[in-house]
Design a protein around this ligand. Structure first.
Ligand SMILES: Cc1cc2nc3c(=O)[nH]c(=O)nc-3n(C[C@H](O)[C@H](O)[C@H](O)COP(=O)(O)OP(=O)(O)OC[C@H]3O[C@@H](n4cnc5c(N)ncnc54)[C@H](O)[C@@H]3O)c2cc1C
Length: 292
């Protein structure tokens, strides 16, 4: 398939990009890596009248540390995130997750921010931005605004972005030294979209868990956290038995869809298996005395 006809503008700045989006009257689309947008256009699932290419905008391709958080610009590719030394050191759970994202050619072009904007419930980056308390920085003709990742995702492939808005960067938490983490994913082939994945981080002091975070993908309309299970583990002494109880609560709270790839029951079961492994890894990795 070929896309429907469209105009193309190579933006020179974020101001230029949002002006062109605004002039398109809701019919424009940003293109970053094009790894999700172009297939959608080729299948004519979207037919923008104008594509605003942000690849020429200076300064959007950096991974930076800002006030103990990591900031990923709108042109930071999956491969850059996967290979970045700051990410590997300060967010090892994200470093691990990036190993599962797509294949080399897609990783060379696709961007972290583009994936978050695409909001596929089976994509790693939206889930990781939720897990890491992401804040999305947005430019528009009305100025700048920020949105927490938990408010950004509205539905499957739907976000709170207005048509004339551009995501300039996303900032995410680093993990304090001693944080335990686990990441588990199951896909039919390595690099394919996952059937399900689970990411867990936790602190442990004298075996007692705190700041427990659980992220899930592929088991609902949107990437999600598991607040009920997080609260259940908070302040408790972690044990294999407690993890077993947590998995039961987690499973009971999931309402996955059935589709061509897997039934709802299978996805629920899979989420439980992956969550048990990820929680056990996080518990094992946590430095039991290092974090207050
Ligand atoms: C074969 C294949 C396998 C894949 N496997 C995986 C996988 O395993 N895991 C995974 O997570 N992903 C996977 N992907 C998707 C890939 O990671 C995409 O790169 C990603 O979803 C989108 O990033 P992008 O930069 O290419 O965005 P684009 O395709 O350029 O854009 C995607 C959407 O986001 C919007 N957008 C992009 N950037 C911005 C911005 N800065 N501001 C506002 N809106 C913006 C666009 O307008 C569009 O609506 C796969 C893709 C392919 C083709």
């Amino acid at each position: 398939m070929k896309p429907a006809p469209f105009d193309y503008v190579r933006a020179e700045s974020t101001e230029h990009a949002v002006q062109v989006l605004a002039a398109a009257g809701g019919d424009g689309k940003v293109i970053a890596g094009g790894q999700s947008l172009m297939p959608m256009m080729n299948f004519r699932l979207v037919k923008p009248s104008v594509l605003v290419d942000i690849n020429g905008i200076h300064g959007l391709d950096a991974v930076q540390m800002r006030s103990d958080r990591i900031v990923l610009g709108a042109l930071v590719r999956h491969r850059m995130t996967a290979m970045d030394a700051l990410v590997a050191k300060h967010i090892p759970v994200l470093h691990q997750a990036m190993k599962h994202v797509a294949h080399l050619t897609v990783r060379n072009r696709g961007t972290f921010c583009g994936s978050v904007c695409h909001a596929d419930p089976a994509a790693e980056m939206p889930m990781m931005s939720l897990l890491l308390n992401g804040v999305v920085h947005i430019a528009s003709p009305r100025g700048q605004r920020t949105l927490a990742a938990q408010d950004f995702f509205v539905g499957s492939l739907v976000t709170a972005l207005e048509p004339d808005e551009l995501v300039t960067e996303i900032e995410i938490d680093t993990l304090p030294a001693g944080t335990g983490w686990g990441f588990e994913e199951f896909a039919r082939r390595h690099g394919d979209y996952a059937l399900a994945a689970v990411a867990v981080t936790m602190h442990c002091r004298d075996g007692v868990a705190s700041d427990v975070r659980i992220g899930l993908m592929g088991v609902g309309e949107m990437p999600m956290r598991a607040p009920q299970v997080e609260t259940m583990l908070e302040g408790r002494e972690i044990s294999a038995a407690l993890i077993g109880e947590a998995i039961e609560v987690l499973r009971a709270g999931l309402e996955p869809n059935s589709d061509l790839n897997a039934s709802a029951d299978y996805r629920r079961h899979l989420a439980g298996v992956l969550a048990r492994r990820a929680m056990t890894d996080a518990w094992a990795r946590a430095d039991k005395g290092a974090v207050a």
